[in-house]
Design a protein around this ligand. Structure first.
Ligand SMILES: Nc1ncnc2c1ncn2[C@@H]1O[C@H](COP(=O)(O)OP(=O)(O)OP(=O)(O)O)[C@@H](O)[C@H]1O
Ligand SMILES: [Mg+2]
Length: 453
């Protein structure tokens, strides 16, 4: 689950950049936090050391100038701060005063003994050490005409408590900052990457040959995006030119063929060939003529402005399915219909009829005896959908992606044809802004769906 989410995030450029941004922001905040904490910790320790340093010098004065109860009272009054401890050891090393816990003196004894032997009576800089969670400053002092020691300590527990409190505040502020920084960063990235999405969306719209005249145009592109935009538009211009010259070639060839075919036809009609032979030749010429007409039609679909009128798709498909029933009688096909009433569409009726009849007739031609054909027309989420489903011989996986190509005839072709039918249907339907999809399974059948948006 976690892995899938991470994979999904890192699959997109926006996801990767966002992740990188969040990681760097978190790292910067973490480093700053560590630097601030270290600085704060050092400063806090310096302050404590400075404080105990001052206090131990003052305590030394009291210990050297006063004795007995008076000294003890003065020291106790002097040490009023919470967490502060004073220990005084006599020259023989025994504790003569401890303001807090009686154990402290014994715990710190060996440290104090060391200082006692190493330091001279006249030093004013104390020795600092930490023992039993107390930070001490110790100075030798003149006690009972010998060298004793005065130590002032401050609890590091209080130091830690203050430090943790401050760190918690800093962490809370950091977390509080990370959330808006992340949201702002994500929104900023989204805005920056929007032109890329626009390019992809616009490129997606250039799906068929009919939309090759469209150009990608994004507002205020950056240098990099401008390069991509220009490269894609140059490619589209070239593609448009290639398709245009290809269309012109087919159209010219078809037009050129029309006259010789007409002459040939009239010569055969007037020839004294035997009846059967003459009819066979005339049929071949008619087929060639039909192919030439289809090629001319194909070249016109995207060039000529269409005569758009309101067409009742309900009536058109009902008529075609009735025709399919008649044509399917030979194979004893069962034609079922599910046609919604009152479905209207703005289109060129003649072309629409041609597109749909090619598809419906294929479902009969490539069907098996006693097979089924289902013709459906309906609306889904405001989109008109036409379905033609047959239980025929089906199309191989190899042929399926090629069926919309000009002159393509599958390995399953069983009837005379030119292989232009589906190419014409697709070109017509796309010129109306519709999308055509095909799925097929060999020996099970074929389904074609058309979605008008
Ligand atoms: N419903 C279908 N079932 C099985 N194969 C099909 C079906 N529709 C199309 N095909 C396959 O797709 C190929 C192309 O179909 P298309 O309609 O373009 O050409 P055609 O039927 O061969 O000739 P024509 O130009 O006369 O229609 C067909 O030759 C056939 O192999
Ligand atoms: Mg066909």
């Amino acid at each position: 689950m976690k892995n899938k989410l991470l994979q999904k995030t890192t699959n997109t450029l926006r996801g990767r950049l966002s992740l990188w941004y969040i990681l760097s922001v978190s790292l910067i905040i973490l480093l700053s936090l560590t630097a601030v904490s270290t600085l704060f910790w050092i400063t806090l320790q310096d302050q404590i050391d400075h404080h105990v340093h001052t206090v131990v010098n003052e305590a030394k004065q009291i210990v050297e100038n006063y004795q007995g109860k008076e000294r003890d009272e003065l020291i106790k009054n002097f040490v009023t701060v919470r967490g502060m401890t004073v220990v005084v050891l006599s020259p023989d090393g025994s504790a003569i005063l401890e303001t807090n816990s009686p154990d402290i003196a014994s715990v710190t004894e060996h440290q104090l003994q060391k200082i006692l032997t190493l330091r001279s009576l006249y030093e004013s800089t104390p020795a600092h050490f930490t023992e039993n969670n107390i930070r001490f400053a110790a100075l030798p002092a003149k006690i009972n005409a010998g060298k004793g020691i005065v130590a002032v300590g401050y609890s590091t527990q209080i130091l830690y408590a203050t430090f943790y409190k401050l760190i918690s505040i800093i962490i809370a502020v950091a977390v509080f900052l990370i959330i808006p920084i992340t949201v702002i960063g994500y929104k900023f990235l989204k805005k920056q990457l929007l032109p890329l999405e626009n390019i992809a969306n616009q490129a997606r719209l250039v799906s068929g040959t009919s939309s090759l005249s469209k150009r990608i145009n994004i507002t205020s592109p950056t240098e990099e995006l401008k390069t991509i935009q220009e490269a894609l538009n140059t490619m589209l211009t070239k593609l448009e030119e290639i398709f245009k010259s290809e269309r012109e070639f087919f159209s010219d060839a078809a037009h050129t063929l029309k006259t010789p075919l007409a002459i040939l036809k009239s010569q055969i009609e007037n020839s004294n060939l035997i009846q059967g032979k003459r009819e066979e030749m005339l049929k071949t010429i008619d087929n060639a003529n039909e192919t030439a007409q289809d090629l001319i039609l194909l070249s016109k679909i995207n060039n000529k402005p269409q005569k758009l009128e309101t067409v009742s798709l309900t009536n058109l498909i009902t008529d075609l399915s009735e025709l399919a029933e008649t044509l399917g009688e030979n194979k004893k096909l069962n034609i079922s219909k599910d046609i919604e009433t009152n479905i209207l569409l703005k289109a060129d009726k003649r072309l629409l009829q041609r597109a749909l009849s090619n598809i419906i007739f294929n479902s009969i031609i490539y069907n098996k005896e006693f097979g089924n054909v289902h013709i459906g027309l309906g609306k889904q989420k405001n989109k008109i959908i036409v379905i033609v489903k047959d239980t025929g011989i089906g199309i191989t996986k190899h042929d399926l992606p090629l069926v919309f190509s000009r002159f393509f005839r599958g390995s399953n072709n069983i009837d005379k044809g030119s292989g232009l039918g589906l190419a014409i249907s697709k070109a017509i339907l796309e010129s109306f802004g519709a999308k055509i999809n095909i799925s097929s399974s060999i020996n099970k059948g074929t389904t074609i769906s058309i979605i008008f948006s």
